[in-house]
Design a protein around this ligand. Structure first.
Ligand code: T46
Length: 133
């Protein structure tokens, strides 16, 4: 479903001094409560491999690139993130896997809530049941 996953352009202020991009509340459709980032990911390593019951996230490749694989039990799509002025909105109830991190890449995640382990669905079978209810 396109509405549940969406590439969003982040406004960029380009100057001879370099670029500045800013995420304000009108860029993403939720209020941000947490920011975290993945870095020094060894080549071949995978992150994610879970879904969230309620959390919404906005993922940005601040540096380098990585792939986000979205699965729903039927089809699978792969989105490459490699631009600091573009992010991937992932709404709740979406299974994602992050892979193919380039050396030195940084994945910034803007999230709609604080960390809650009970919000995770870490088993794919459980995710399929959750989705069908
Ligand atoms: C997601 C992908 C893109 C915390 O204590 N606080 C936090 O805010 C987070 C995000 C994690 N943790 C702890 C929980 C685990 O013991 O850090 C450890 C690694 O977390 P996790 O295995 O969930 O890491 P990833 O990279 O597989 O997943 C993370 C996010 O958890 C997740 O929401 O979508 O990045």
């Amino acid at each position: 479903n396109e509405k549940n996953i969406q590439i969003i352009e982040i406004p960029k202020i380009a100057e001879p001094r370099g670029n500045l991009s800013v995420i304000e509340k009108d860029v993403i459709p939720f209020e941000m409560k947490r920011v975290y980032y993945l870095y020094d990911v060894p080549s071949g390593a995978e992150r994610g491999g879970h879904a969230h019951k309620n959390l919404q996230q906005f993922l940005i490749a601040l540096s380098g690139s990585f792939d986000v694989v979205i699965k729903d039990g039927q089809k699978e799509i792969k989105i490459t993130l490699n631009k600091p002025n573009q992010g991937l909105l992932i709404k709740s109830g979406i299974w994602r896997e992050l892979e193919n991190f380039s050396s030195g890449s940084v994945c910034l995640v803007v999230a709609s809530d604080v960390y809650k382990e009970e919000d995770y669905i870490r088993e794919y079978d459980e995710f399929l049941v959750f989705k069908s209810t």
